[in-house]
Design a protein around this ligand. Structure first.
Ligand code: AMP
Ligand code: MN
Ligand code: MN
Length: 325
């Protein structure tokens, strides 16, 4: 965190202290970072004596909600009138897992996506932070507050998830400092590892086999693309969250700079995950209205999985041939 970041983060702390009523919001298809950041922020507001809930649209699935979130603080439906909205881990207002009712409300935007659209009235965007969970740890430190074991494990899980368990380039000394504090607060690294990485169903393994078996090189081997169809999910019984990790496995093949996985989303749309080493995949995702990080990005678009993969193959052929290796 730079000195300017620290000053901006103090402004966020002041804003938090001044709230009367708060609704937290996270991105659609919430991941462990979104859940961890929300769990942490719920505790910080509780410690400040401020009423706060996590607001999501009905039916939104929250990973590890039972382990990491206080059920009584999670509400389905629009936030109460007058509640300030704290958006967490969300690059743009369009990605919120929450339909906002009418009426203007103050929005505080706390995130780590470098392409964040700064849609808040107050924005704290640290594109160098490993995760929004790490930013929430920095906020706690500035406020002089600590976490319960549940929130500490949730935040640790968020950091672990977004860093690929401390492997990505975003993993810094600050990341480990935050984790050290979380473990001191009662975070359980062993349990988090078990929850996030050691539990894989047979259905999921079968889905992985199909995706990996179908991987095709593009851009003279510098990209590796694969797709899953509705039949793959139907036949194996696996769900979309069990695709987590497939695209990272493809990225690990020597010589592969960009990996992609396309799969149907159920509503006629196709969802694509992109991973890279160096090459900016958020720019490619941006061509279809998506975004994310330089090395991990995504988009959702109309079309067929085959058609979208074909389009990607063409774009990567062009872009990787002009990018330096
Ligand atoms: P995923 O492949 O779903 O794990 O997403 C990787 C990264 O891309 C995450 O940081 C997401 O926030 C971002 N991302 C995924 N889909 C979108 C989208 N439709 N729009 C903007 N960012 C996205
Ligand atoms: Mn996220
Ligand atoms: Mn994140």
């Amino acid at each position: 965190m730079t000195a300017r970041d620290a000053a901006e983060l103090r402004t966020v702390c002041e804003a938090m202290r001044s709230e009367a009523l708060v609704a937290l919001a996270i991105h659609e298809s919430p991941d462990s970072d979104a859940v961890g950041a929300a769990s942490g922020m719920l505790e910080l507001f509780a410690a400040l004596g401020i009423e706060a809930t996590l607001a999501v649209d009905p039916g939104v699935e929250l990973p590890f909600a039972a382990e990491f979130l206080p059920a009584e603080r999670v509400v389905e439906g629009p936030p109460l009138p007058g509640a300030a909205l704290y958006a967490l881990d969300c690059g743009s207002a369009a990605r919120l897992a929450l339909t906002l009712g009418d009426g203007r409300r103050r929005v505080v935007n706390i995130d780590h996506h470098h392409d964040n659209t700064r849609f808040g009235d107050l924005n704290y965007v640290d594109g160098a932070a490993s995760s929004t969970s790490e930013i929430v740890c920095e906020i706690a430190a500035l406020l002089g507050l600590r976490f319960s074991p549940r929130a500490a494990s949730a935040l640790y899980a968020g950091i672990s998830f977004d860093t690929g368990h401390f492997q990505h380039a975003s993993t810094s000394a600050g990341t480990f400092a935050a984790c050290a504090r979380l473990v001191a607060d009662g975070a359980d690294p062993n349990e988090v590892y078990r929850l996030l990485y050691e539990t894989r169903s047979l259905a999921s393994l079968r889905l992985w086999a199909r995706a990996i078996g179908r991987a095709r090189p593009a851009a003279a081997g510098r990209a590796l693309l694969t797709l899953l169809t509705a039949d793959d999910f139907g036949d194996t019984g696996a769900s979309d969250d069990e695709t987590e990790g497939i695209v990272d496995a493809l990225r690990g093949v020597p010589g592969v700079e960009v990996a992609a996985l396309a799969r149907p989303r159920g509503d006629g749309q196709v969802r694509v995950s992109l991973r890279s080493e160096g090459f900016d995949v958020s720019a490619v995702a941006g061509l279809k209205g998506g975004g994310g990080h330089r090395q991990a990005a995504g988009f959702t678009t109309a079309g067929t999985v085959e058609g979208v993969t074909e389009w990607l193959s063409t774009v990567l052929d062009e872009r990787l041939s002009t990018a330096s290796s």
